[in-house]
Design a binder for this molecule. Structure first.
Ligand SMILES: [Ca+2]
Length: 339
């Protein structure tokens, strides 16, 4: 077996972040060096507390959690607690983890780790799976640009190529929350010599909208693995209610875990390379503008994922987080998304 890939997960937990972390923690292909938290769905400090709750649930208290940026670069911070609940975990109100505490200095942690990997061969570099706004990453790029020599790959859940947004007709939350940060990171991938040839893998709403956790799937989880199933039920209940009111779906779209699955298995999604920029002003604030026809003849700084196979993803998630399952049953239960 190949050595596990070194990775840092930058996130804002967040219900779907919690599911993504569970998937990552249950995947032997990953060596998770740390979890860095940014303000997004919830304030960074609350997100860090939530990350600890997930680590406790998964029995992985060996992984450090770092609190990062507490406000976007320019915009006033707008959380998503209407979607994720007042505790960020669907008002499940699991008790605070006291055995281990979050540390401060997420950006410095990222810089330190990447600097150490700067001279390592490509396969030993450190990748980042970004599941929240890109504020920590933009600060890293501003303050420690040379540390990016240690970056393997960047997979980002965010943006939207052709699908509608979830904060405006055109904008997805992570990039809308801090469009300047996302814009700087995409620009950096187009311009910085240290990132030459690298592309941001953009897992946008085009593909994540395909991933819907339905009540039937949740029941199946609870049957196969009562402990994990119950945890997921408690944190997603609020999310189900929100989706029904907002999108008319019985179930919930779970965006972030697909980014983890794609990082591990590149055949999970497919797409194309293009130059992408992020709008930072006006009614299109936070929109990802993907130059799919190469009008601008600029450096292709992104790999835009447009297709995925929801059944394959669901089997991947179940097998790792819940346990053995029957594909036929999954297929049947997935076929009943009411919209
Ligand atoms: Ca997230």
């Amino acid at each position: 077996m190949n050595a596990a890939k070194k990775v840092i997960i930058d996130c804002d937990p967040g219900i779907d972040d919690a599911l993504a972390l569970m998937l990552a923690l249950a995947s032997p292909e990953l060596e998770i060096l740390g979890i860095t938290v940014v303000c997004g769905n919830v304030p960074a400090r609350m997100g860090a507390e939530n990350a600890l709750k997930i680590l406790k649930q998964m029995g992985r208290m060996d992984i450090p959690v770092y609190i990062g940026e507490e406000s976007p670069l320019v915009r006033t911070y707008v959380d998503a607690m209407d979607t994720h609940g007042e505790d960020g975990l669907g008002e499940s109100h699991y008790p605070e983890v006291t055995k281990m505490r979050p540390r401060t200095g997420a950006v410095q942690f990222l810089a330190r780790m990447l600097e150490q990997a700067a001279k390592a061969p490509e396969e030993a570099k450190i990748s980042i799976i970004a599941l929240g706004p890109m504020t920590n990453l933009a600060r890293l790029m501003r303050q420690y640009p040379e540390s990016l020599a240690g970056l393997g790959e960047l997979v980002s859940m965010g943006g939207s190529y052709k699908s509608h947004g979830n904060c405006s007709p055109v904008a997805e939350y992570n990039y809308w929350c801090d469009p300047h940060a996302a814009g700087e990171v995409y620009a950096g991938f187009a311009a910085l010599p240290v990132l030459r040839g690298k592309r941001i893998h953009m897992i946008g709403l085009d593909v994540t909208r395909e991933i819907v956790l339905t009540p039937n799937l949740l029941e199946y989880m609870c049957c196969l693995n009562p402990e994990r199933g119950d945890f997921i039920r408690r944190i997603t209940r609020f999310y189900f209610d929100f989706h029904w009111k907002q999108e008319g779906i019985i179930g919930c779209v779970i965006n972030d875990p697909l980014a983890v699955a794609y990082f591990i298995d590149r055949t999970m999604c497919s797409g194309f390379a293009a130059h992408t920029e992020v709008e930072t002003e006006g009614i299109c604030l936070g929109q990802t503008v993907v130059d799919d026809h190469d009008f601008w003849k600029r450096e292709k700084n992104s790999h835009i994922l447009t297709k995925t196979d929801a059944l394959r993803f669901m089997k991947f998630f179940f097998t790792r987080v819940i346990g053995e399952c029957e594909e036929q049953v999954l297929e049947e239960l997935m076929g009943r998304v009411l919209r």
